[in-house]
Design a protein around this ligand. Sequence first.
Ligand SMILES: O=C(O)C1=C[C@@H](OP(=O)(O)O)[C@@H](O)[C@H](O)C1
Ligand SMILES: C=C(OP(=O)(O)O)C(=O)O
Length: 765
Amino acid sequence: MLFEQVCIIGLGLIGASLAQAIRDRQLVGRLVAVDRHAPSIEAAIADDVIDAGSDSLFDVVAGSDCIIVAVPVKTVGAVFKDIEQTMRQGLIEEDGIISDVSSTKLNVVEAAKEVFKQLPSGFVPAHPIAGAEQSGYNARRSNLFVNHSLIICELKTTDPEAIDKMANLWEGVGATIMKMGVEHHDAVLAYTSHLPHLLAFNLVEQLASHDDNMDIFRYAAGGFRDFTRIAASDPVMWHDIFIANKPALINALDEYSKYLSELRSLIVNEDSTQLLGLLGRAQSARKHFGHMLTSTPYTKKLTDPSNTDNSMATSNQASSAYIITPSTTINGSMTVPGDKSISHRSIMFGSLAEGVTKVTGFLEGEDALATLQAFRDMGVTIEGPENGEVTIHGVGINGLKPSKTPLYMGNSGTTMRLLSGILAAQPFDSVLTGDASLSKRPMERVAKPLREMGATLQTTGERGTAPISITGSDKRGSKLQGITYDMPVASAQVKSCLLLAGLWAEGKTTVIQPEISRDHTERMLSAFGYDVEVEGNKISVVGGGQLTACDIAVPADISSAAFFMVAAAIAKDSEITITKVGMNPTRTGVIDILKLMNADITISNETFVGGEPVADITIKSSQLKGIQIPEELVPLAIDEFPVLFIAASCAEGQTLLTGAKELRVKESDRIAVMADGLTQLGVDCTVTEDGIIIEGKGGNNSEAVFGGAEIYSHHDHRIAMSFSVASLRASDTIKIEGVETVNTSFPGFAELCNRLGMNIEVKSV
Ligand SMILES: O=C(O)C1=C[C@@H](OP(=O)(O)O)[C@@H](O)[C@H](O)C1
Ligand SMILES: C=C(OP(=O)(O)O)C(=O)O
């Protein structure tokens, strides 16, 4: 039993629901209640909700080790006086718990100070974020608090044990505990609850006072009804709350008036770009705030987006799994989603350009959506995405505004590293955060050269990792300087970060890459009319130029196509054609490697779309052989190695990969994680410092190579998709946990696999 006897004062909706919830779950020894309204007490006794009750505290309180005050805020002070007297009379212990459920907290704490002089050590101010338009004993619901937050305001004077006990009681009735300071509580509630209620009452009042109010109400459709639902709440209660939380509410109201008059002038001036920007930002913030809070994907449907404050999911929780039963062949013609690298850059360049950029084929996956959201947060008006179409109203090279909140990059290394370059050059400060996987990836590789350019930024994570905190040039007082940087690793992200910073730097910024890496930044700079000098592995830009909007057609992503290329090659009697795939020569390493492994690949319909080569790729069942992978191909196939390891397992003989240390710092350590999974599936492999040796089990495409296993994705989309492909040569079921991450680059992956002949069942876990 949590308490011997709990005494609830006030059997309104909250008090009665709490009593019923405690009773149903048998959490305490005895339950008594006080209410001035005798019928409520009588009913509660008759319904066996309480053991005893009265209209006077003095009749029933004796022996209570916990008192919960659930009366209107205005009367809390008077109730405290009664409680103080019962203490003095020795009816209850002085160190017993006294708690409340009031919507405002500063006034409750003040009232307690006034009555008790010294705040009792058992005083635990609490507030359940739950309610309904109905009030009174008869509206009670035993499940009212399930999955709702309960805020405890911690006071220095409160005994931590008392806080724990109250937290246990509320958890017992299903609530999720949150803790915050008293002032903060009142300010937060003023914005999230009190202001919306006030506005709802106000709008109904405004419409009701029109002469033609009946017509207005008769024709008022969903908008009015939705917006004003809460105006049906108890006026006395809300009157008391508004007065009790006056300072914080007035503050919120003043800010609201400012926003409203700005919105008014946008309409008066018919300023479409700004108006659309404001509405678009608000829409996406409303759509995504739940995802941001819970660190769940943008593309995942939340059951009740308005209710996410109650489900503080941790970002690395696996929420869905693939259960894959073996299949043997895969056939058909298909397209895969848009290129991730190009989609990111289309938003970045479009935002920084003068004019309107129209993007088609945009990848509506988590990573690219994180980039899009970040630029919206920095004041850019972006329409869409709708069927891959995005319209970006560029703000010009100096038009970004500081985000009001830290910029959340989700799982996307590309977003974080490229944005670091852009933001290091802005006049304002920024903070960049990411999910648990991104927060482990090295960020000093961009921070260090940016500092050489004169930027001020810190990787505030444990080991040179995110969050990244960037100080704007206004505070720093100097512009970035162009540098020549010899890159220690062949990374397109580092290269792009520095070239982007170079757009604002004084003089020339040159990056020298040890090996060729993807060149989408260079190509897109040219497409937006910015001069880029490319001499072999040396790329330079001169700061101070402008970007001019242009239309971008994003080709299909060869990194996504790679899964189906390997799938068709390792399966029997299979043939797949993937149409309009981006064939940028800095990305086609996967084709070269598969060809060296003897894969039957044909390229057709070669053409150019928006400055990038594209073609159809046809691949048939192949007798693959193991090879030593040429090191110069590594950066050109960097994201395709997980699935190439599946191909190597199905090849005849050994495959040796070297010079691929970079794989260890992707969304997961792709060498270690793939090796673990392959071993689980029965493939021999040896991990080396910069690569892997895989003993192919090859031979006949009709024979199984892999057994069954349960594999964890480690929050890495490419790991999840690669092991899915293995099911085409597996003898048993492969279960992959944590597949929600597939949405970062390939929404619709499982559906497409199934259409082509595989057996993937998606399960929520
Ligand atoms: O610039 C880009 O768009 C990317 C570059 C590569 O990363 P590195 O630059 O770290 O190799 C790649 O792995 C990533 O998926 C996308
Ligand atoms: C490494 C990848 O992406 P990023 O670095 O952008 O997270 C990837 O998509 O495989």
